[in-house]
Write a protein that binds this ligand. Structure first.
Ligand code: ADP
Length: 178
Protein backbone atom coordinates (compact mmCIF):
# COMPACT_ATOMS: atom_id res chain seq x y z
CA UNK A 1 0.00 0.00 0.00
CA UNK A 2 1.31 3.44 -0.86
CA UNK A 3 1.45 6.25 1.66
CA UNK A 4 -1.44 7.93 -0.15
CA UNK A 5 -3.63 4.84 0.25
CA UNK A 6 -2.62 4.58 3.87
CA UNK A 7 -3.65 8.18 4.56
CA UNK A 8 -7.14 7.24 3.35
CA UNK A 9 -7.34 5.05 6.46
CA UNK A 10 -6.91 8.10 8.73
CA UNK A 11 -9.80 10.46 9.57
CA UNK A 12 -9.88 13.71 11.50
CA UNK A 13 -12.80 14.59 13.73
CA UNK A 14 -13.51 17.63 15.82
CA UNK A 15 -15.41 16.88 19.01
CA UNK A 16 -15.89 14.68 22.05
CA UNK A 17 -14.26 11.24 21.83
CA UNK A 18 -16.76 9.74 24.29
CA UNK A 19 -19.57 10.18 21.75
CA UNK A 20 -17.97 8.31 18.87
CA UNK A 21 -19.43 5.13 17.46
CA UNK A 22 -16.16 3.27 17.09
CA UNK A 23 -15.03 -0.09 18.42
CA UNK A 24 -12.21 1.33 20.53
CA UNK A 25 -11.34 4.68 22.03
CA UNK A 26 -7.91 5.44 23.40
CA UNK A 27 -7.71 7.07 26.80
CA UNK A 28 -4.84 9.45 27.59
CA UNK A 29 -4.60 8.05 31.10
CA UNK A 30 -2.01 8.37 33.82
CA UNK A 31 0.06 5.39 34.90
CA UNK A 32 -2.15 4.56 37.90
CA UNK A 33 -5.18 4.05 35.60
CA UNK A 34 -7.29 5.26 38.49
CA UNK A 35 -8.79 8.22 36.67
CA UNK A 36 -7.89 11.85 36.24
CA UNK A 37 -9.04 15.03 34.54
CA UNK A 38 -9.27 15.94 30.86
CA UNK A 39 -10.16 13.19 28.45
CA UNK A 40 -9.57 10.56 31.14
CA UNK A 41 -12.25 12.12 33.36
CA UNK A 42 -14.63 12.42 30.42
CA UNK A 43 -14.18 8.76 29.44
CA UNK A 44 -14.72 7.54 33.01
CA UNK A 45 -17.83 9.71 33.43
CA UNK A 46 -19.32 8.45 30.18
CA UNK A 47 -18.36 4.80 30.73
CA UNK A 48 -19.68 4.70 34.31
CA UNK A 49 -18.20 3.31 37.54
CA UNK A 50 -17.67 -0.21 36.18
CA UNK A 51 -14.73 1.11 34.18
CA UNK A 52 -12.85 2.24 37.28
CA UNK A 53 -13.62 -1.10 38.89
CA UNK A 54 -11.96 -2.95 36.02
CA UNK A 55 -9.06 -0.48 35.96
CA UNK A 56 -8.35 -1.25 39.62
CA UNK A 57 -7.78 -4.89 38.68
CA UNK A 58 -5.30 -3.99 35.93
CA UNK A 59 -2.60 -2.75 38.28
CA UNK A 60 -1.41 0.36 36.45
CA UNK A 61 0.29 1.04 33.14
CA UNK A 62 3.91 2.24 32.82
CA UNK A 63 4.44 5.30 30.62
CA UNK A 64 4.46 4.34 26.94
CA UNK A 65 2.52 1.11 27.48
CA UNK A 66 -1.18 0.40 26.93
CA UNK A 67 -3.90 -1.70 28.56
CA UNK A 68 -7.29 -2.77 27.25
CA UNK A 69 -10.59 -2.76 29.14
CA UNK A 70 -14.23 -2.94 28.19
CA UNK A 71 -16.08 0.27 27.28
CA UNK A 72 -19.16 -0.23 29.52
CA UNK A 73 -21.64 2.62 28.87
CA UNK A 74 -19.59 4.11 26.06
CA UNK A 75 -20.64 3.44 22.47
CA UNK A 76 -17.14 1.95 22.12
CA UNK A 77 -16.68 -1.73 22.96
CA UNK A 78 -13.16 -1.20 24.28
CA UNK A 79 -11.12 1.48 25.99
CA UNK A 80 -7.39 1.30 25.38
CA UNK A 81 -5.66 3.15 28.18
CA UNK A 82 -2.20 4.49 27.53
CA UNK A 83 -0.02 6.58 29.80
CA UNK A 84 1.59 9.40 27.83
CA UNK A 85 4.81 11.10 28.91
CA UNK A 86 4.82 14.39 30.77
CA UNK A 87 6.76 16.93 28.67
CA UNK A 88 9.93 17.99 30.49
CA UNK A 89 11.59 19.82 27.62
CA UNK A 90 12.33 16.88 25.34
CA UNK A 91 15.43 15.31 26.88
CA UNK A 92 13.68 12.59 28.81
CA UNK A 93 12.72 10.31 25.92
CA UNK A 94 9.34 12.04 25.66
CA UNK A 95 9.14 11.61 21.88
CA UNK A 96 10.03 7.91 21.99
CA UNK A 97 7.56 7.32 24.80
CA UNK A 98 4.75 9.07 22.94
CA UNK A 99 5.55 6.98 19.85
CA UNK A 100 5.34 3.85 22.01
CA UNK A 101 1.88 4.93 23.25
CA UNK A 102 0.63 4.97 19.65
CA UNK A 103 2.33 1.71 18.68
CA UNK A 104 1.23 -0.20 21.77
CA UNK A 105 -2.35 1.07 21.53
CA UNK A 106 -2.54 0.12 17.85
CA UNK A 107 -1.09 -3.29 18.64
CA UNK A 108 -3.82 -4.03 21.20
CA UNK A 109 -6.48 -2.87 18.74
CA UNK A 110 -4.99 -5.03 16.01
CA UNK A 111 -5.00 -8.09 18.26
CA UNK A 112 -8.77 -7.62 18.75
CA UNK A 113 -9.32 -7.01 15.03
CA UNK A 114 -10.73 -3.56 15.82
CA UNK A 115 -12.00 -1.88 12.67
CA UNK A 116 -12.16 1.72 13.91
CA UNK A 117 -10.19 3.29 16.72
CA UNK A 118 -10.18 6.90 17.92
CA UNK A 119 -7.23 8.66 19.54
CA UNK A 120 -7.22 11.89 21.51
CA UNK A 121 -4.10 14.07 21.39
CA UNK A 122 -2.21 12.02 23.99
CA UNK A 123 -0.07 14.12 26.35
CA UNK A 124 -1.15 17.41 24.73
CA UNK A 125 -3.27 18.65 27.61
CA UNK A 126 -2.10 18.72 31.22
CA UNK A 127 1.11 16.86 30.20
CA UNK A 128 2.08 19.84 27.96
CA UNK A 129 3.61 17.92 25.04
CA UNK A 130 4.03 20.41 22.14
CA UNK A 131 1.09 19.84 19.83
CA UNK A 132 2.97 20.18 16.56
CA UNK A 133 5.51 17.50 17.47
CA UNK A 134 2.86 15.25 18.95
CA UNK A 135 0.78 15.39 15.76
CA UNK A 136 3.79 14.42 13.62
CA UNK A 137 4.48 11.46 15.90
CA UNK A 138 0.81 10.41 15.81
CA UNK A 139 0.82 10.34 12.00
CA UNK A 140 4.20 8.72 11.49
CA UNK A 141 3.60 5.93 14.01
CA UNK A 142 0.10 5.29 12.73
CA UNK A 143 1.13 5.20 9.07
CA UNK A 144 4.01 2.88 9.93
CA UNK A 145 1.64 0.56 11.75
CA UNK A 146 -1.09 0.60 9.10
CA UNK A 147 1.43 -0.30 6.46
CA UNK A 148 2.03 -3.67 8.12
CA UNK A 149 -1.36 -4.41 9.63
CA UNK A 150 -4.85 -4.95 8.30
CA UNK A 151 -6.43 -3.87 11.60
CA UNK A 152 -7.35 -1.28 12.66
CA UNK A 153 -8.84 -0.48 9.27
CA UNK A 154 -9.47 3.15 10.19
CA UNK A 155 -7.79 5.43 12.72
CA UNK A 156 -9.54 8.62 13.82
CA UNK A 157 -7.63 11.49 15.39
CA UNK A 158 -9.99 13.47 17.58
CA UNK A 159 -9.42 17.14 18.30
CA UNK A 160 -11.09 18.88 21.16
CA UNK A 161 -9.89 22.35 20.22
CA UNK A 162 -9.58 24.33 17.02
CA UNK A 163 -5.86 24.73 17.36
CA UNK A 164 -5.21 21.01 17.52
CA UNK A 165 -7.60 20.38 14.63
CA UNK A 166 -5.59 22.80 12.51
CA UNK A 167 -2.34 21.01 13.28
CA UNK A 168 -3.80 17.63 12.31
CA UNK A 169 -5.20 19.07 9.09
CA UNK A 170 -1.92 20.69 8.16
CA UNK A 171 0.06 17.51 8.75
CA UNK A 172 -2.42 15.45 6.76
CA UNK A 173 -2.19 17.92 3.89
CA UNK A 174 1.60 17.88 4.03
CA UNK A 175 1.70 14.07 3.88
CA UNK A 176 -0.75 13.98 0.96
CA UNK A 177 1.39 16.37 -1.05
CA UNK A 178 4.63 14.55 -0.43
P1 ADP B 1 -2.72 14.44 29.05
O1 ADP B 1 -2.64 14.35 30.56
O2 ADP B 1 -2.23 13.18 28.36
O3 ADP B 1 -2.09 15.68 28.53
P2 ADP B 1 -5.43 15.57 28.76
O4 ADP B 1 -6.72 14.87 28.97
O5 ADP B 1 -5.08 16.69 29.68
O6 ADP B 1 -4.29 14.43 28.75
O7 ADP B 1 -5.37 16.13 27.27
C1 ADP B 1 -5.15 15.34 26.15
C2 ADP B 1 -5.93 15.91 24.97
O8 ADP B 1 -7.29 15.46 25.05
C3 ADP B 1 -5.99 17.42 24.91
O9 ADP B 1 -5.70 17.83 23.57
C4 ADP B 1 -7.43 17.73 25.28
O10 ADP B 1 -7.89 18.91 24.63
C5 ADP B 1 -8.14 16.53 24.74
N1 ADP B 1 -9.48 16.22 25.30
C6 ADP B 1 -9.99 16.55 26.51
N2 ADP B 1 -11.25 16.09 26.64
C7 ADP B 1 -11.55 15.45 25.46
C8 ADP B 1 -12.69 14.77 24.95
N3 ADP B 1 -13.81 14.63 25.66
N4 ADP B 1 -12.61 14.24 23.70
C9 ADP B 1 -11.49 14.36 22.96
N5 ADP B 1 -10.39 14.98 23.38
C10 ADP B 1 -10.41 15.53 24.62
Amino acid sequence: MSNLDLIERIELIYGDITKLEVEAVVNAANSTLLGGGGVDGAIHRAAGPELLKECRTVGGCPTGEARLTKGYNLPAKYVIHTAGPVWHGGNQREEQLLAECYRNSLQLASAKAVKKIAFPAISCGVYRFPLERAVKIAFSETLGFLKNNRYPEVVIFVSFGEKSYRYYQEEMQRLRLR
